[in-house]
Design a protein around this ligand. Structure first.
Ligand SMILES: Cc1cc2nc3c(=O)[nH]c(=O)nc-3n(C[C@H](O)[C@H](O)[C@H](O)COP(=O)(O)OP(=O)(O)OC[C@H]3O[C@@H](n4cnc5c(N)ncnc54)[C@H](O)[C@@H]3O)c2cc1C
Length: 417
């Protein structure tokens, strides 16, 4: 059996692992990335939010990604029957990026991996972590490649970016039920031959079919568009076991999109993701940290998944670097408490979306520009900005405003904010 020694081992080359690896490679520590699949591989998470651009930039991946010409995303549109609410990331409360990308993740993740390899990262595809043992802070990982060859990798720190692989949560019994109610999704891509020219064709949109059921439409620069349906698990299951029939049925429910997508064949058999929310009892331990979906995944409605993955990936990388260089790191406050602060904000907005309270605010007219700018900053991923009153008072702001709007239907709500 091969034996290797590294400073930091990263499991998984999705967005979380990629930004961690990109950042650490620049710092000159010895790292290794092991990735179970062969890229490109189909994966969901195609609508990004601006905060991720900070992470790709810091990880040295921005230029390579930008050169791919992915569709630029400047905001998002929420459709509910005749009502439309558009967020424009250039008009938000917090400073920061005002655009990002909407991306076929297969191509995007492949480009990140290729760029890491070009930068000299030791990234091994088709190599699956099958066991990890800890000896104090040092970890001993067994990884098996597709030929069945096993390698022992000793590392001073381990960052688990394995997404739904959830390597350490499973091995160390850290899985915990999510606080969110069970939702599921079905998605695929179509060749978007009926795409209108101009903004209407390229705008990322969420068509709300019922308070808890919505269709996503994510156009890509390669001419394909991702279409997905999200709802309570019972709703998605009732669409039927055949995912092609089920997604077709869902598209028929959208007055707005049925003409554009109703007759188009799917590029791949629609994928179903059942009860997708995940959580863990703790996000770190002696010699390891959990990031991205390996720790927590909430809900796709505000496209927060990749942002959480890259925020936690790059932060874990920075802290791990300090630790292997001999500094003491307070993982509780510097990592878990910080990450949980952002998770709490996103959780509130997701919960308030599904109660209908946030939708009440989105579609109330006239719009209150200050409220909208504050919420727009949250949708852009700036959930750690404590200057934003809608971050600080997230647990009350939306609920109270929606309550007041309902009580005073027909009245202005600017004086109430
Ligand atoms: C229905 C749905 C829609 C979504 N839509 C969006 C969206 O629009 N925008 C958004 O930002 N997010 C979205 N997400 C969330 C997004 O998919 C994830 O949050 C994001 O991909 C997490 O990145 P990651 O790097 O943590 O994990 P991943 O991208 O899943 O990468 C993990 C990698 O680890 C590898 N791995 C797993 N096990 C092992 C092992 N044992 N050994 C070695 N490697 C391993 C996997 O092969 C994989 O490549 C959505 C999620 C769902 C369920």
């Amino acid at each position: 059996m091969n034996v290797e020694e590294v400073d930091i081992l990263i499991i998984g080359a999705g967005p979380s692992g990629a930004v961690a690896a990109g950042y650490l490679q620049k710092q000159g520590v010895k790292i290794k990335v092991v990735e179970k699949s062969r890229f490109p591989r189909i994966v969901v998470g195609e609508s990004l939010i601006p905060r991720v651009m900070d992470h790709f930039d810091e990880a040295g991946l921005f230029d390579a990604l930008d050169a791919q010409g992915f569709e630029k995303k400047f905001g998002a549109r929420f459709i509910r029957g005749e009502d439309i609410c558009i967020f424009d990331f250039s008009d938000k409360f917090s400073p920061g990026w005002d655009w990002t990308w909407q991306i076929p993740r297969a191509d995007f993740d492949l480009e990140m991996a290729n760029e890491l390899i070009r930068k000299g990262v030791d990234l091994q595809f088709e190599t699956e972590v099958i066991d990890v043992q800890f000896m104090d802070e040092m970890s001993v990982t067994i990884a098996r490649n597709k030929e069945g060859l096993e390698t022992t990798i000793k590392a001073n720190f381990l960052i688990d970016c394995s997404g739904y692989g959830r390597v350490l949560p499973r091995m160390l019994n850290l899985d915990q039920p999510s606080r969110l109610s069970p939702h599921s999704a079905i998605f695929s891509h179509v060749r978007d031959v009926n795409r209108p020219v101009g903004e209407e064709g390229s705008l990322i949109s969420f068509d709300i079919l019922e308070t808890q059921v919505w269709l996503w439409v994510i156009p890509f620069s390669n001419g394909n568009t991702s279409v997905g349906i999200v709802g309570p698990t019972s709703f998605i299951d009732n669409l039927g076991a055949d995912t092609t029939v089920a997604l077709n049925k869902a598209i028929q429910l959208s007055d707005y999109y049925v003409k554009r997508f109703g007759d188009l064949p799917f590029i791949f058999e629609p994928r179903k993701l059942s009860n997708y929310s995940t959580a863990v009892s703790k996000m770190y331990g002696k010699g390891y940290a959990l990031t991205g979906n390996s720790s927590e995944f909430l809900d796709p409605v505000f496209s927060s998944g990749v942002c959480f993955a890259t925020e936690s990936g790059i932060l874990a990388a920075k802290l791990a670097l300090r630790q292997v260089r001999g500094e003491t790191v307070d993982w509780q406050s510097e990592f878990e408490d910080y990450m949980k602060g952002g998770i709490a904000v996103f959780t509130t907005y997701i919960q308030e979306w599904y109660t209908g309270n946030l939708q009440e605010l989105f579609y109330h007219r006239p719009e209150n520009p200050e409220v909208k700018r504050s919420i727009c900053a949250i949708l852009a991923g700036y959930v750690w900005d404590r200057n934003n009153p809608f971050v600080v008072k997230h647990d009350r702001a939306v609920k109270n405003l929606a309550h007041l709007i309902r009580m005073s239907k027909g009245e202005q709500y600017d004086s109430l904010c």
